[in-house]
Design a protein around this ligand. Structure first.
Ligand code: ADP
Length: 521
C-alpha cells in the first residue's frame, strides 16, 4: 500500500509543465519517502550532448536553489569523473538501476575526496529517453542495507515517469516559445490576416485585421462569426460569401476588393486549412493593401496619357514648322542642315513616345484579342517578314521547325509575330554581312519553344541582366551605326510574359547570341 501510494503521489506531481518544478517536487518527495538525507542528480546539460554531464548534490530544502543556480566548473569536473568511473557509469552503461548494499565492499562506489558523502548504502536509477540515459538519480543513506529490491523497482518506475514528464515539459516550453514568436510575426505583419473555422467563426486576427474591422481590440471580434460582425467593411463582403458556402479542401481564391469605408484597395487571398483529411478545417484570409501601388499605377497611366497628347502635339508642331522654315532657306545652307537635324531628332522623340505607348498598350491589352491559331503559321509569317533584310545583308537564314503535333494555341498572333520579328530583326542587325542565322522551333513538355541563333557580335556578360529593360542599349564597337531605341527586347519580354511564357538569352562576345522564348501550350 505504501508503494502504491507513493507512485500515485508522484504521478500527480508530474503534471506540471515546469521542468524544474517537476524535478524539485519529485526529488523532495522521494527523499522524504525513502528517508534519506542526501541525494545527487547527474543530468545531461543538453540532451544529445553526451560530454556535458552536470552534477547536482542535493540535500533536503536546498535542491531548488541548487537546480536553478549556474553550474560551476567543479560540478562539471566531478560529473565527468562520476560518469566515467563510478556507480553512475555502471548505471549509464547497463541502462538499469542498481543497489549498493554496503559502499565499503562495492567497487562501483566512488568517493570524491573533497566531497565525502558518508554514504553506506546507495540506490541509483537512470532517467532514460529514446533509449539514451539523460539523467542519473542517486539516493544515499548512512546505514548499510537501507534499500530493498522493491525500492529499486519502485524507483525505476518513478524514474521512467519523470523522464517522460521532463520531456513533455521541455516540448511544452519549446511550443510556447514558438507560439509566442509566431504571434509576434503575425502581429507585426502589415497584411490583414484572418483565420476562420469552417463555419466562418473568427479564430485568429492580427492588428491590421482589427483595424480594418474598426474593432477596439481582437477580443471583441474573436469567436464571432464573420457574417455577424457589425460595421463590416465592404472589402470583406466577398470573403463572407465564400466562407458562407460549403468548404472543400484544397480550394483557393484570389481577387481584388475595395474598402469603401477606409478608401483602400486589397488583393485578397483565401485558402482552406485542414488539420488532417476529414479533421478540423477552415479558411485563412490574407489581404494585401495595394492602395499605394494602385495610386502609382494610376499616376503612371496619367503620365503616359499626358505624354501621348500633350507632348506629341507640340512635337508635331515643331516638325511642321521646321518643314515650313526649310522652304524659306537656301537648301544647301547651314541653317537648312540645322533645321534638318531638329526635324530628325524631333521625329526620333515622337518615335520613342510611340514605342513607349505601344509597350504600355500591350501590357494592358485585354485577353479577348487572343485567337486559336497554328503556332507554325505564326513562325512562318515572321520568317517571311525578315527575309528581305537577311538578303540585303547577304546573310544566310535556316529554320528547323518540329511542330507537327502541336495543337492550335490560344494567343495574340500579331503580338507573338512581333516578338519573333524583333528577335529575328536583332539577329540581322547585330550580325555582320555574310553571317548566319538559325531558327529552331519545337514542342516539348506542354510548351512551344522559339529560338534564334546568330553568328553576330555577341553581348558582354555584364550587359545581359539589363538587356530586356526599356531603353537599354549595349554600347560596343560595331553598333554605332545600328538604328534602335532599346525597346525591342522589352517589348518581346512584355508580350511573352503576357502569354505566361518566358524569354532568355545566352551570348558570347565575338561568337554570337542565342535568344529564345517558350509559351505554354
Ligand atoms: P535596339 O535593338 O532597338 O537597340 P533591343 O531592345 O532590341 O533594342 O535590344 C537591346 C540591346 O541588346 C541592343 O541595343 C543590342 O545592344 C543588344 N542586342 C539585342 N539583340 C542582339 C543580338 N542578336 N546580338 C547582339 N546584341 C544584341
Amino acid at each position: 500500500m505504501r508503494e502504491l501510494d507513493l507512485l500515485s503521489q508522484v504521478s500527480t506531481m508530474l503534471t506540471s509543465f515546469d521542468k524544474d518544478r517537476v524535478l524539485k517536487n519529485v526529488i523532495d518527495f522521494l527523499m522524504r519517502a525513502f528517508d534519506v538525507e542526501q541525494a545527487s542528480l547527474l543530468m545531461l546539460s543538453d540532451i544529445g550532448d553526451t560530454n556535458r554531464w552536470q552534477l547536482f548534490s542535493l540535500r533536503p530544502k536546498f535542491q531548488t536553489a541548487i537546480l536553478r543556480a549556474p553550474v560551476s566548473a567543479d560540478a562539471f569536473r566531478q560529473a565527468h569523473r562520476l560518469t566515467n568511473d563510478g556507480l553512475a557509469r555502471w548505471v549509464i552503461q547497463h541502462k538499469q538501476g542498481a543497489i549498493v548494499a554496503d559502499t565499503h565492499d562495492d567497487a562501483r562506489w566512488l568517493e570524491i575526496p573533497d566531497m565525502p558523502s558518508g554514504a553506506r548504502s546507495v540506490l541509483c536509477v537512470p532517467f532514460i529517453l529514446d533509449d539514451q540515459v539523460v539523467g542519473v538519480f542517486t539516493l544515499q543513506h548512512s546505514e548499510p542495507a537501507h534499500f530493498s529490491t522493491l525500492d529499486l523497482q519502485i524507483m525505476m518506475i518513478v524514474a521512467n515517469q519523470v523522464a517522460v514528464a521532463m520531456r513533455n515539459a521541455e516540448l511544452f516550453t519549446q511550443m510556447r516559445a514558438q507560439q509566442t514568436q509566431l504571434e509576434a510575426v503575425l502581429r507585426a505583419m502589415p497584411d490583414v490576416l484572418l483565420v476562420l473555422d469552417a463555419d466562418g467563426k473568427l479564430l485568429m486576427i492580427n492588428e491590421a485585421g482589427v483595424e480594418l474591422m474598426d474593432a477596439p481590440d481582437e477580443h471583441s471580434v474573436l469567436g464571432h462569426n464573420l457574417n455577424d460582425l457589425q460595421g463590416q467593411d465592404s472589402a470583406l463582403s466577398l470573403v463572407v460569401d465564400i466562407v458562407g458556402s460549403p468548404l472543400q479542401s484544397g480550394q483557393r481564391w484570389s481577387f481584388e476588393a475595395h474598402s469603401d469605408q477606409h478608401k483602400r484597395d486589397f488583393v485578397v487571398n483565401i485558402s482552406v486549412w485542414e488539420q488532417e483529411p476529414g479533421g478540423k478545417a477552415g479558411y485563412v484570409v490574407v489581404m494585401r493593401d495595394i492602395t499605394q501601388m494602385r495610386d502609382l499605377n494610376r499616376f503612371k497611366d496619367e503620365m503616359l496619357q499626358m505624354a501621348s497628347h500633350d507632348l506629341r502635339s507640340p512635337l508635331a508642331l515643331i516638325v511642321g514648322y521646321c518643314s515650313l522654315m526649310q522652304m524659306d532657306v537656301e537648301p544647301e545652307s547651314q541653317v537648312a542642315s540645322y533645321l534638318g537635324i531638329v526635324q530628325q531628332q524631333t521625329e526620333r522623340m515622337t518615335g520613342l513616345l510611340d514605342d513607349l505607348l505601344r509597350v504600355e498598350k500591350i501590357r494592358n491589352s485585354p485577353l479577348e484579342f487572343y485567337e486559336r491559331v497554328d503556332f507554325e503559321d505564326v513562325v512562318n509569317s515572321a520568317l517571311n517578314n525578315v527575309r528581305a533584310s537577311v538578303d540585303a545583308k547577304k546573310q544566310r537564314i535556316s529554320a528547323s521547325l518540329r511542330l507537327e503535333d502541336t495543337p492550335p494555341m490560344l494567343l495574340s498572333p500579331p503580338l507573338v509575330r512581333e516578338a519573333m520579328s524583333n528577335l529575328l530583326g536583332n539577329a540581322v542587325k547585330y550580325t555582320p554581312k555574310g553571317g548566319r542565322i538559325t531558327v529552331t522551333s519545337y514542342k516539348e513538355d506542354q510548351r512551344v519553344y522559339f529560338i534564334v541563333e546568330d553568328t553576330g557580335i555577341g553581348i558582354p556578360p555584364e550587359n545581359l541582366p539589363r538587356l530586356f529593360t526599356s531603353f537599354y542599349r549595349v554600347r560596343q564597337p560595331g553598333t554605332e551605326d545600328v538604328e534602335g531605341r532599346g525597346l525591342g527586347l522589352s517589348l518581346v519580354k512584355t508580350i511573352i510574359e503576357r502569354h505566361n511564357g518566358e524569354v532568355w538569352v545566352e551570348s558570347t562576345p565575338g561568337v554570337g547570341s542565342r535568344f529564345g522564348f517558350w509559351l505554354p501550350l
